[in-house]
Design a protein around this ligand. Sequence first.
Ligand SMILES: Cc1cc2nc3c(=O)[nH]c(=O)nc-3n(C[C@H](O)[C@H](O)[C@H](O)COP(=O)(O)OP(=O)(O)OC[C@H]3O[C@@H](n4cnc5c(N)ncnc54)[C@H](O)[C@@H]3O)c2cc1C
Length: 356
Amino acid sequence: MVDVVVIGGGQAGLAAGYFLRRAELDFVILDAHAQPGGAWQHGWDSLRLFSPAEFGRLPGWPMPPQAGEGFPTAGHVVDYLTRYELRYDLPVRRPVRVHRVGRTGRQWTVDTDHGTWHSTAVISATGTWHRPNRPCYPGQATFTGQQLHTVDYRRPDPFAGQRVLIVGGGNSAAQILAEVSTVAETTWVTARPPRFMPDDVDGRVLFDVASARTAAERAGLPQQEGVSALGDIVMVPPVLAARARGVLTAREMFDHFDSTGVAWADGTRWACDTVIWCTGFHPDLDHLSRLRLTWQDDHPVTSGTRSLEQPGLHLLGYGDWTGPSSATLIGASRTAKQAVAEIRDYVLEVRSAPVS
Ligand SMILES: Cc1cc2nc3c(=O)[nH]c(=O)nc-3n(C[C@H](O)[C@H](O)[C@H](O)COP(=O)(O)OP(=O)(O)OC[C@H]3O[C@@H](n4cnc5c(N)ncnc54)[C@H](O)[C@@H]3O)c2cc1C
């Protein structure tokens, strides 16, 4: 029996571990990956942070700068997270996959492929990478080309000489379009016109906006606009280069597939070899299905990270619904701090409650 089981050892789980240690709670972090680094192990080869290392820090120890040009690579982030859990001696068990979370009275039961843990509280920090959103369109099954998602994409070379359709209006779509268009003929489609951030906005500005929003929330001031008010796409150097080449123009979503490509409502068609769906992710929460949580807007209802229905359950990371920018390195720290403060109070309350 431990005070807290943390499910997921990516950045959100590690940030929680840091604060749990400081709160002197007894905890374990269970992570399905064989290696540290969470989803940062899976991005495409050229993936980099939107900002310098110091704006990607977890609590306690800032990410060291990466030698050389540009913002840190995904590999550098993996290295940082690996060293981070060693530095704070965080009790991460891996690979351990949680299958099911249940509760009896005030005790949580966490069933895994390596046994069962019992705890007073549970933090779910399983991210979104393994629940890609794959939309369905009429005729899709008849399309004979290949269909990939962001999670399948590594580098542009396999698409050399092809005709590639990129779907989606976010950073993944813009960055993948930027590099695939250097070797292939591309068409970009988005559900609404793409919203580019100003050229001089990078992770530093996003951090400032998210911080101002958090400060306003804490002071009880009216809600400020979040980073999404600035746009959806950060103009990183490859995306700027794509704009200069004239490939950063999007068409509206097509209407349906046929065997060789896609067709729009106005009758135009585009034959293609590959479709890359850069259409985002859902929270990876199958392990909580037994709890029958109420979902709204693609996630369980919470107040910040705290489940409104299950005392002692917190959801960390995932997206803005658990706190401003909580799915970023720096945002994860802020939300983890608040979550652990609430969990500590809850654990102390349970400890002092009379045994029934
Ligand atoms: C293209 C792209 C660019 C990004 N750029 C930036 C950026 O510049 N700056 C920034 O701060 N953020 C950026 N992010 C966002 C963010 O930092 C990552 O999405 C981040 O990996 C989320 O961390 P996490 O800990 O919530 O989830 P993850 O990193 O996905 O970690 C979750 C962990 O939980 C484990 N897990 C899942 N299910 C189970 C289970 N049932 N049992 C046990 N373990 C389980 C997984 O194995 C994994 O290790 C970017 C994201 C993307 C997709």
